[in-house]
Design a protein. Sequence first.
Length: 177
Amino acid sequence: MILVPGVASAGELHGIAAGGAATSSWEGDGAVLSMGKVGYRLDDKVGFYAFGSAGYAGVQRRVLTSGGAGLQLWTRYGKLMPYVRGALVRQHERSLGKAMDDPLGTLIGTEDDIRQRSGVLFGAGIDLPLWRVKGATFFASADASVTSFRDDLGPQSYWIGTVGLGVNLDITKSELR
């Protein structure tokens, strides 16, 4: 593995796959989840992204699915790329049994017994560039975030930690056109 400087240029596609754990404002409510994020980085500092996640939480044995979109801001600290991000979030929560009976309905939120909630997410993390190949920079990432909801249909907040692997594709490089 070769560590490379995290050089970004104008016009970069950004993607990551991650896994993690969470806890919520409900007592004893631990969760596990997977998450995917895709985005477009305008330059070395600013990018827009969309994400989706799915997981399982212990209290009330429920399936959590969420999606959202937001803004991410990076800075540089040597080879490391620390960032902060914010997003609008839409989350669905449904009992495990009913989710297993209708996974697609659970994912897209078409059933009456799904808790559908909107909230906001704030997070911070760090990307560590690992290697570069023809306009693609592969990186490891660690992220911590909090999601907050105003309603009382479920926990009012989730604290989430994830680790993952991602790639930045420089779409200005001729190899990727």
